[in-house]
Design a protein around this ligand. Sequence first.
Ligand code: AMP
Ligand code: MN
Ligand code: MN
Ligand code: MN
Length: 276
Amino acid sequence: MTKIYDLHCHSTASDGFLTPTQLIDRAVEKGVTDLALTDHDTVNGLTEAAEAARSTELSFIHGIEISTTWENKCFHIVGLNIDPTNDQLNNGIHDLQQLRLDRAKKIALKLEKRRIPNAYEAVVKAANGGMITRSHFAYFLLDNHYVKTPQEAFDKYLGKGKTAFVSTVWAELHDTVNWINQAGGVAVVAHPLRYKITTSWLKRFLTAFKTSGGSGIEVVTGRSNTEEIRRTMHFAENHQLAASVGSDFHTPENRWVELGRLAALPETAKPVWQLF
Ligand code: AMP
Ligand code: MN
Ligand code: MN
Ligand code: MN
């Protein structure tokens, strides 16, 4: 049987639209054979997802996506095949969870100054105990007709340097990678071409990531084209990083991104799952 891997997606434990159970059901429906749930800075969806996967053929991998700051820039590091009960990991993400709450209050204050009230209460309600992300603010702005698309919410208010942007110092790169490694997992650079940085900064980052004990890089993501896969494959080779594949699926409403709908890894790639 051909394997279909998807090692990056989100549930209602952070900014995904589907509950962990709904996510597993959809993954099975889409033919995914190996799925990792990687919510932002939380492992809270993993128990439910693992339980839902038990009655299916799907092989479930415990994961996380950790917000990280390196040289004043934000990067996302995916941890795959982690032990979600590991103390170091849990202590580390506990601080990030507090940081997310504090940041949400600050974003809401900035919106209030732009005469957009009640955002904090709304996002707390929408997140329903899960991580509050800028996506929650984007949908709040959309639902209340301040913007016409989530993208416009980022362009006008939430994006870096925009009126409701709150600069945040997330976990240190070295710590992020350590927590993942301590938890028996494999650290992977998420969506390497989505950071708004020059190639030379990206290379410097990959060097620091590898030196910190990082192991992989997402070579194929939900929307990568052939040229992007080729470029990323070069980064993987030059920095001796294993190759991962992940859609970064958040919602069935985005018809451009689907669970398991991913291009094949180049033949020369060293698949990250060989490290599990
Ligand atoms: P946060 O980690 O709270 O800063 O939120 C980041 C999340 O917001 C990402 O994981 C995406 O789901 C979403 N996001 C970030 N930038 C954009 C954008 N330009 N358009 C739409 N969604 C975005
Ligand atoms: Mn997200
Ligand atoms: Mn991300
Ligand atoms: Mn993601």
